[in-house]
Design a protein around this ligand. Structure first.
Ligand code: MGD
Ligand code: MGD
Ligand code: SF4
Ligand code: MO
Length: 702
């Protein structure tokens, strides 16, 4: 029996794996473990996670493209192809001609070593990762306001003590089902508020007096948040003492919000003015300044994945500060992290502008520190590269990268305006994909390298509450598969890199600890022994005798003056907004049974039986107008392209909005439609909303 954590999302539910080899047939079974985040619960994906370990689609040998087809090759042959082409491309076009794309599912150790591999072995500045598509707007807003970005700056279990929780664009009930247990007492008190254009599984949790669902127009969250703040200001319910002692910038924020009275917000967002007033009063009554037990304001991707997502998160933070919540016991603001290591993955150098410990790559002292740990001169470390959308769209263009390494991402399905990304990947001189399955991105590769899965490896993951957890090896990997740390070390060695690339995960963690020491995300005191003893180590944890930091900001924020910076923000229209030839909003998101690009969960039969293909959810009135019946095919067309999937008719949506999950390939790929325009601060694309035309398909198939 091995104690470890689920391989999928950032809740990182605790599980125990049991291996049974009776009769020569190995079965690995999953059982939930009691843990403060999942409280003994698991979702369907967690329960079925082990079926992928022995899946027939599992890659067990490298693949190399010959005469157009991917064929099995030895590791040495695969490495030789990679090294020869990397050398040629860099000789001809410079070091930045080779790029790296990482993932928020990688362990801290892999993410750290991947950043080092890019900067030292390839000498390229061109590295970014799929977390840019995930948490970047929340991260940018958190850094801007608090000087620090840790998804939840408090343990998840703290939520239970509050009177009210606001979820802005989070469908927690489908994306982290066991976390809903923490909302039980809040719902009993009628304190759950959900902002979502859809009556999602989570919005439904507000039914029967459990709270309020603010069903807004897509992309209008910022107006809704200003409306809530306006009511709190107008009714004199701000925490003036807190604002005076712990923040800067309040007068301008106050002046900007004062103009967003509820009736104006109703026109901009579709949310009834009365519902806004009710929600604002509920939050104010819960706030500690007014004698409440506390309130938490949380954001999910629905509010963040927009061309102005950073400003929207800033508006949530401003509201939280006006109520005096951040840093207060029993209250706070947080962003709900997404991928398994969505937190740690964004701290140790996969980001284009970042060095380990959440350090800035442009900071002279940070470069000196990391260079000394790496044993190189600071000038050896390249400067900042470009963020994900820009990177992926420049592949194979004149002056853009000609080769790409992909570790832990499937952008053919999950990138915005995915057809363009597919074409750019196909135009490369060399695409190397490390994966355990032939994902849609691996299908385009020149070389595919098969790596170990979660239950076959050791390492650490940092969960949504900034707690570092230990992933433990329970089973040996299939023959032919290599650990990713070793793959990076093998490649670095063959590229002639003299820096150290340890392959023992504990040695990598120790080096990561040294590289992050003194940085914002300081892992210096986190050791395997402490984690094995069950210590709850939330970063920063700078020394062996430091207990870790479950709650941040109690005394001061991480800004130079210790105060939270309030920044006045204004609503902006949806970038690709409605017009006569595209009169409907498309919004995108997730279903409980599928994970991300589906590269993993679309191979699990038990999950596919419940939800194995895509759909277009639409309102009965729209369905009647289009003369579409349940299950009939509809075509969805945007300025980028068209997709096609069966109709699912549901009054959970507004009649002018359709919803598609983004997990599915081919005709059902939602990202064929999405808008690649990005947030100017975070680089986040506008995944969540674009204008489309919806029509019925007369033919039997698309
Ligand atoms: N089942 C499942 N669980 C997952 C994942 C998965 O793929 N599948 N992925 C994990 C990851 S990486 C992440 S990031 C999280 C994401 O977790 P969530 O943020 O909860 O997930 P989403 O479904 O992307 O979006 C949440 C909601 O945003 C709504 N929405 C769409 N447009 C808007 C808008 O303009 N405003 C507002 N307020 N809401 C809007 C959608 O209707 C949806 O209900 O889930 C994690 N957990
Ligand atoms: N329209 C729309 N698009 C979206 C979103 C949305 O809400 N709407 N959400 C966005 C978000 S929040 C996210 S996080 C992205 C995620 O999008 P993707 O990057 O596509 O995420 P995954 O499907 O998790 O891809 C991970 C790939 O890496 C492999 N893998 C898993 N673990 C490892 C490992 O340790 N090493 C290696 N080498 N490979 C591994 C998996 O098999 C899989 O092929 O999608 C984004 N795209
Ligand atoms: S909620 Fe997330 S971590 Fe928990 S079992 Fe489901 S996918 Fe795994
Ligand atoms: Mo994500």
């Amino acid at each position: 029996m091995t104690d470890t954590h689920c391989p999928y999302c950032a809740l990182q539910c605790a599980i125990t794996l049991t291996v049974d080899e009776t009769g020569g047939n190995r079965t690995v079974s999953v059982a939930p473990r009691d843990f403060p985040t999942n409280l003994g619960g698991l979702c369907q994906k967690g329960w079925t996670a082990a079926t992928l370990l022995d899946h027939p689609d599992r890659l067990t040998t490298p693949l190399v493209r010959r005469d157009g087809a991917l064929v099995p090759a030895s590791w040495d042959e695969a490495y030789a192809v990679i090294i020869e082409r990397v050398r040629r491309v860099q000789d001809e076009s410079g070091r930045d001609a080779v790029a790296v794309f990482g993932g928020g599912g990688l362990t801290n150790e892999k993410a750290y070593l991947l950043g080092k591999f890019a900067r030292l072995a390839l000498g390229t500045s061109m590295i970014d990762y799929n977390g840019r598509f995930c948490m970047s707007s929340a991260a940018a807003a958190g850094n801007r306001a608090f000087g620090l970005d840790r998804g939840l700056p408090f343990p998840l279990a703290d939520l239970g003590g509050a009177d009210a929780v606001l979820l802005a664009g989070s469908n927690l009930a489908a994306t982290m089902p066991p976390a809903v247990r923490h909302l039980a007492s809040i719902r009993e008190r009628g304190g759950l508020i959900a902002i979502d254009p859809r009556r999602s599984e989570t919005a439904r949790l507000t039914d029967d007096g459990a709270g309020i669902h603010l069903r807004n127009l897509p992309g209008s969250d910022l107006a809704v948040l200003l409306g809530l703040l306006q009511v709190i200001i107008a009714e004199d319910r701000c925490d003036e003492d807190y604002l005076a002692s712990r923040t800067t910038g309040w007068p301008r924020v106050r002046a900007a919000a004062a103009q967003w009275w509820p009736e104006r917000v109703e026109r901009a967002s579709g949310v009834p003015a009365d519902a806004l007033r009710q929600a604002a009063r509920l939050l104010a009554a819960a706030s500690p300044a007014r004698g409440g037990a506390g309130a938490y304001l949380l954001t999910g991707r629905g509010a963040e994945q927009h061309a102005h997502g950073t400003d929207t998160v800033t508006a949530v933070i401003n509201l939280a500060l006006a109520l005096g919540l951040p840093g207060r016991a029993g209250s706070g603001y947080g962003a709900i992290t997404g991928q398994g290591n969505g937190q740690g993955g964004r701290e140790h150098g996969q980001k284009n502008d970042q060095l380990p410990g959440y350090r800035k790559i442009t900071d002279h002292a940070a470069r000196e520190h990391v260079a000394s740990v790496w044993g190189v001169a600071p000038e050896t470390i390249p400067g900042p590269g470009v963020p994900a959308v820009q990177l992926l769209r420049s592949l194979g263009t004149p002056g853009g990268p000609r080769a790409l390494f992909v570790h832990g991402a499937n952008p053919v399905i999950s990138g915005p305006d995915a057809q363009v990304i597919t074409e750019r990947l196909a135009a490369l001189d060399l695409l190397v994909v490390c994966d355990f399955f032939r994902s849609e991105t691996a299908e385009l590769a020149d070389v595919v390298l098969p790596v170990t899965q979660w239950a076959e490896e050791t390492g650490t993951m940092t969960s949504l509450e900034g707690r570092v957890l230990r992933r433990r090896r329970a089973v040996p990997p299939p023959e032919g598969v290599r650990d990713e740390l070793r793959v990076l070390a093998d490649l670095a060695g063959r590229l002639g890199c003299r820096a150290d690339f340890p392959t023992d995960p504990d040695a990598v963690l120790a080096e990561l600890g040294r590289a992050s020491a003194g940085g914002i995300a300081d892992y210096g005191g986190i050791t395997p022994e402490r984690l094995d003893r069950g210590e709850a180590l939330h970063w920063p944890c700078p020394a062996d005798d430091h207990p870790g930091t479950p709650r941040l900001f109690a005394e001061r924020f991480a800004t130079p003056d210790g105060r939270a910076a309030m920044i006045a923000v204004e609503p902006a229209p949806v970038d690709d907004d409605l017009r006569p030839d595209a009169p409907i909003y498309l919004i995108t998101g997730r279903v409980l049974q599928q994970y991300q690009s589906g590269a993993q969960t679309r191979r699990v039969a038990a999950l596919n039986r419940v939800q194995g293909s895509g759909f277009v959810e639409l309102h009965p009135r729209l369905a009647r107008r289009l003369e579409v019946a349940e299950g009939e095919l509809v075509r969805v067309r945007s300025a980028r392209g068209e997709a096609c999937a069966p109709a699912r008719i549901s009054a959970d949506l507004r009649p002018d909005v359709v919803f598609m999950p983004f997990h599915f390939p081919g005709q059902e790929r939602a990202n064929t439609l999405t808008n690649p325009t990005t947030d100017p601060v975070s680089g986040m694309p506008e995944f969540k909303v674009c204008a489309v035309e919806v029509t019925k398909i007369k033919e039997a198939a698309c």
